[in-house]
Each structure stands twice: as C-alpha cells, then as structure tokens.
Write a protein that binds this ligand. Sequence first.
Ligand code: LLP
Length: 440
Amino acid sequence: MTPEAMIPQTVLPQGATVNGQGHLVIGGCDTLDLADEFGTPVYILDEESLRQKCRRFVQEFQKRHPATQVVYASKAYINPALAKIFAEEGLGLDVVSGGELALAKSVDFPLDQVYFHGNNKSPQELAEAVENNIGWVVLDSFHELEILNAIAGDAGKIQNVLIRVSPGIDPHTHAHTTTGILDSKFGFSIQTGHAAQAIRQTLQAANLSLRGLHFHLGSPIFELEPYRAAVDLVIRFASEFREDGLELKEFSPGGGFAIAYTRDQEPPDVGEYAEAIVSTMISTCQELSMPLPRLIIEPGRSIIGPAGVALYRVGTIKDIPGVRRYVSVDGGMGDNIRPALYQAVYEVIAAGKADQKPSRKVTIAGKYCESGDLLATDIMLPEMETGDIIAIPAAGAYCPSMASNYNLNPRPPMVLVRNGESRLIRRRESYQDMMHCDVV
Ligand code: LLP
C-alpha cells in the first residue's frame, strides 16, 4: 500500500499527502513543521479546499437555478481573514449574534448580504441590524416581530425579513442539532398555526417587508429526502397565502449539508443536494403556477469542516493493564467539545507516522479535568510515543467556534495553508488574554 493510500483521503483537505519522511502534508506543508512553528494544539485550514468548496456550492446551485445566493453560516467558524475570503468568493453571511455582525462590519463585509438568524435576538442586536442596514432579519418569534417593527419604525426604515417556519420534518440527525421538528425552540410551527399567523402579522407590519420563508432542518443531514419533503411542503404552505399578499420572492432551505468525519461515511455530494433542492423547488412552483423565488442556501460545516485539521502533541501515555491505553494530548474538549457533546466520532492520524500500519488500540484523551474529555475512543494507531503529533481531520467546523477557556487553557491558533506556505490568521491566546476582562 502506498503511504497516500494509508491516510483517509475522504476526510482530509484536498491534496493531502504523505512525504518521504512519512509525515502528513496539508496544503503543501509538513504538519510536523507546522506543529513546531506554531506550537500545539493548532488548527490548520487548507485555503484551497475552503475556496473550492465555496465555488462548488455556487456552481452546483447556480447552474440549476441562477438566482441562488450562497450564504456562509458564520457559526461554523468565522474570523476576519476568513470573512474576507468569503467576500472574495461572493458569498453572503449568516450571522446569529451582534458579535458575528460586528466581525462582518470590521472587515467591511457587504452588510446588505448579511442574514441575521437566532431564536432570541436582543433588542440591541436588532437595533444594530437595522442601524447597519443589513440585508435580512430572519424572524423567529412574535416577540421579535413586534420589537423589530418598532425599531425599524423609529429609525424610519423598512427592514427586509424572512420568516423562519418549522415544517415538522425530522432530518434524522443528533437530537441536539435537530431544529425543524414540532418540539423546537426555533421558528414558527406550521402545524400549530403559528407560521400562518406570523405571515399575516408580518404582512400587516408597517416597517417590515416580508420577502419570503426560511427553514433549517438540522445538521448534519446525510439524507436528501428530508430536503425534498420540506422544500415541497414549505412552498405549498407559502402558496396558501398568495391572496393575503405573500409573494415568495426569496426562499431559504437553510444549511445542514453533511461531511465525512470518518472514512466509512459517504455524504451526498454538493451536486446531489443542489439537485434535490432545486428540482423539488422548480417542480412544486410549476405545479402551483408560482414564479420561482430567489434561492438562499446557508452551508457552514460543509464549507469549513473538511478544510480543517487539528494538530496535537502527545504527552502522557498511561496503561491500565487489560483495560485501556490512554494517550493524552495537549488539547481536548476546550478546543473540540463535539465528542463530549454529541458523541461525535473522528479519524485520528499519527501525523509523523502516516506511512506506518496501525498496531495498537488506544484512546486519545484531552488534558481537561473531566473524565469525558476523550477525543477518540478505542482506535487503532501505530505505536505512539510522547512528543508525537496526532492529526484530527474534518475539524474546521464547530470546533474552534465552540472552543472555550475551560480550565483556563488558551484557545489554539488558526493557520491558513496554501501551496506550501502558511499564514497565521489567529494567534494563540495568552494567559493575559484570558484574564483581560476580569476586574480585581
Ligand atoms: N442555517 C441555520 C439557520 C442554522 O441554524 C445552521 C446551523 C446553519 C444554517 C448551518 O448548518 P451547517 O451547514 O453548518 O450544518 N454545533 C453543531 C452544529 C449546530 C448547527 C447550528 N445551526 C455541531 O457541532 O454539529
């Protein structure tokens, strides 16, 4: 077997390879050199993978429906350097807080391309949205509808809005990441009649312009059928309000597109998601004689997830005879809460021994003071020693963005790699950074 064949290509950034020393190479950079230069833990992002994925979304959707806007879901991970890349690729932004909006503003991201989501936006956040003339607010509650109408009125503006409906369709993902079902804190349920009431009330609101409907089923969604079913159901639902004055100018089926975390997973390709969504939208609209709306899709994980690889250094190795071998690394649940929170499973690569056969069953433990802080349980790796580097692929989404300073560990740096060159886009936090806001 060639060394390349030994690494799980489907979960790694494009072009990942193994060099003559048996080291994992990403974006043309030796991961061991990156670990030495930037320290560990560190998150590496492959710029080419990131940009190519943005382009794939734009191309696959626009070739089927030219009036499609691809909007990056910032919650998956955003920082100023990345926001600039997304702007260069022509993507809009989905923000869910005043903080994400402020970040977009800090790099002059075109704010008319920003969508503000969230089930409990504060009056201050809504005021910031209106003040900054952001593109759309996605209404999520009656409370918000009233506040936003008043804020826009006070500012003498008409705010574009979408209404988030909950179609009651289960996408069969983790309970913590399922959103479009009846029992959800998100959106207005179609089933209860609240969505109908929200549409009528928004159409009456003097300072809101209702542009269309949005739904988001959950994440990650490995099946196409939930998208087809929900697109059909929500467009049919929208058509019931034509006499009330609802024109579906815009329609957003959210994000949630899956990625492979492990070598045995085969999520649909971007083109398959695009086909399922666009063909359903077109056929349902045609059947109902509705003009085709502009389509807005909101991928987060699928854009940044596969581009990211976390690197850690092995410290303590502890054997419990007949039970388990714990290989501890210098990061863990503080930079990747997903295994503890969602029982997420990742591949692990011995980055300096990528050409060696796995020979030993180990559990990768983090350094946090929690028994549940395990990054991977009972996996096979080559013989690991203190000082070795391990790589966890598919780590770009929802790891750095959900990172914490638990146990007062500094959050890791982020490094962009491309054509053998590396660029620091976020430095490692210092102890001082962590105490910055404390008042003695
Ligand atoms: N649009 C809306 C309205 C959303 O709520 C989300 C994700 C997205 C788009 C983007 O979904 P994506 O394409 O990234 O799957 N922390 C969890 C995922 C939470 C997703 C929250 N909403 C995880 O680590 O799996």
